[in-house]
Design a binder for this molecule. Structure first.
Ligand code: HEC
Length: 128
């Protein structure tokens, strides 16, 4: 919410009304963003488990991978929507980030399995 304050405070007086209007829109967008954690990092439900199974990952792996993602990967930034990046980009980024988060080998493998599965799930699911 600090953006809101900065944004409004930074407005020239005669533009303040427009600025506040835009800030409200910005806050709404951010708020909707907050609500869609399930869209950014889907829960391990039947649909996801089915997709994971096709890729050879069992549900335990996915549960552990999501757990790593939501607990170890938010120390420095918020949750990244998984389908914002291509599989190639993830493969490129993950070794660095695994190091940043000090993950061990099992955690890294679980996380990769969860990311691959979720990516496929989100890109193929006919949500919104
Ligand atoms: C110690 C801090 C830290 C931790 C922990 C961390 N990150 Fe990051 N992450 C960063 C920084 C800093 C950047 C931006 C600079 C960069 O791309 O290196 C970033 C960027 C990213 C990006 C965007 C990369 C791009 O190319 O735009 C993704 C995706 C990401 N992190 C995922 C993760 C995941 C997944 C984890 C957990 C394994 C994680 N991060 C843990 C610090 C961290």
């Amino acid at each position: 919410m600090s953006h809101w304050v900065v944004n409004v405070a930074g407005c020239k007086r005669r533009r303040r009304r427009l600025c506040i209007g835009l800030s409200v829109v910005w806050v709404s967008v951010a708020f909707v963003g907050c609500l869609s954690l399930e869209r950014m990092a889907p829960p391990v439900d039947e649909g996801l488990i089915a997709v994971g199974g096709q890729q050879g990952f069992d549900s335990q792996v996915l549960v552990r991978g999501r757990d790593v993602y939501l607990n170890q990967c938010i120390a420095c930034h918020s949750v990244e929507p998984i389908d914002r990046y291509s599989i190639e980009q993830w493969r490129e980024t993950l070794p660095d980030m695994a190091q940043e988060a000090k993950l061990d080998r099992l955690q890294t493998d679980d996380l990769l399995a969860y990311l691959m599965t979720s990516h496929h799930f989100l890109r193929t699911a006919s949500t919104d």
